[in-house]
Design a protein around this ligand. Structure first.
Ligand code: TRP
Length: 352
């Protein structure tokens, strides 16, 4: 297994080659439909996905509805969340008129059929030592851990491999799953189709923006930590959240991520929206203090998010369109999943 540094280097190389040869690749990535997306998602992944799709790379986005069942008690919002997620994608610039396939996992039965052979290619101990799964078990505070929790990295491998995705834009937390996917692809090819390998070994494409901190300044932005600005928040909600953001007792604003985490994070958020260097922003605000810093942040966020929010409002009014994007995605995903499944069946000597 590669170290994190090696993965970063490989990802940078991959990035260059993608620019030179976009058609050589196929991107697959996905999200669980557990709620609306926020700025952390936007700068961490959505922007990157839109950029890749707009380069002309075939892009698959799986809405991982089954994965929700692994660590959430409630399933009542799944359908609404699938639609809201799709609206978030499109309003962030992921264009379904390009080579983009957006689909809910549960609608593609052929994809799930890969799960059975794949499960036989990994051991119980490999499943139980996955660090991300362990973290999620702790974070969810589950009393007893269902088997779906241990096995979801395998159906994530099915998500990626059914379409022969070879580029997976992900954050650091997903790297263990990608490693598992690579292992499965390698073992499957070795065992069943050495001469004509069916599956690629997909590579991670790490986002250039490190994880975005929330308005409390030191934790990752997330819904459960109540520190997130959603793409769907109104301008007033954004202003209120920013008002509550923590700063410190020093009036003069400086950019000093080590000693002034909260203030520096707010400056970084402005910088993400305006592309201005955080040090320059700090210098400009200087003596005007935290009040001015927050006013600038609210304005930059609302300004930046305005076109996305306008697009969102438009799409919210057209549920039929959202449904058609998803059903169209399901058709394309199924076609590909069927073709991969026949290859797999043939390789495993199960054709009748
Ligand atoms: N596990 C991912 C998450 O929780 C979602 C996901 C499902 C995914 N299938 C994927 C990510 C395939 C990348 C590739 O965010």
């Amino acid at each position: 297994m590669d170290t994190y540094e090696v993965t970063v280097q490989k990802s940078l190389k991959l990035e260059q080659d993608i620019y030179a040869n976009p058609k050589k690749y196929r991107v697959l990535t996905g999200d669980r439909p557990t709620g609306r997306l926020h700025l952390g998602h936007y700068f961490g992944t959505l922007q990157n996905r839109a950029r890749l799709a707009n380069l002309g790379i075939p892009t698959f986005i799986v809405i991982a509805d089954y994965q929700v069942l692994t660590d959430h008690d409630s399933y009542k919002d799944i359908s609404e969340n699938i639609k809201q997620l799709t609206i978030d994608y499109i309003s962030s610039g992921i264009d379904p008129n390009k080579d983009v396939v957006i689909f809910p996992h549960s609608y593609v039965p052929e994809l799930n059929q890969l799960m059975l052979p794949f499960l036989t290619l990994v051991s119980n101990s490999e499943l139980s030592r996955n660090p991300t799964v362990k973290e999620e078990i702790n974070a969810a505070g589950l009393k007893s851990v269902n088997a779906g929790m241990y096995t979801y990295p395998i159906h994530q491998a099915c998500d990626i491999l059914f379409c022969k995705g070879d580029v997976v834009p992900v954050g650091k937390d997903q790297l263990p799953h990608l490693e598992m996917t690579r292992t499965i692809a390698r073992r499957f090819n070795d065992r069943y189709c050495k001469k004509n390998p069916i599956f690629p070994e997909p590579q991670a494409l790490l986002s250039k923006t490190p994880s975005v901190a929330g308005l409390d300044g030191f934790q990752k932005m997330s819904k459960s930590r109540n520190n997130a600005i959603f793409l769907s928040s109104t301008e007033d909600e954004t202003a209120k959240l920013v008002k509550k953001a923590k700063t410190d007792s020093e009036r003069f604003i400086t950019y000093d991520p080590v000693n002034r985490e909260e203030v520096s994070n707010l400056l970084s958020l402005i910088s993400l929206c305006t592309n201005e260097d955080p040090k320059d922003i700090a210098q400009r605000i200087g003596d005007s203090g935290a009040g001015m810093l927050k006013r600038e942040l609210t304005e930059s966020l609302n300004e930046y998010l305005r076109p996305i929010r306008e697009k969102r409002a438009q799409l919210e009014k057209d549920p039929e369109y959202i449904r058609s994007v998803l059903l169209n995605g399901v058709d394309k995903a199924r076609e590909l999943a069927q073709s991969t499944l026949s290859e797999v069946r043939e390789a495993m000597n199960m054709v009748i």
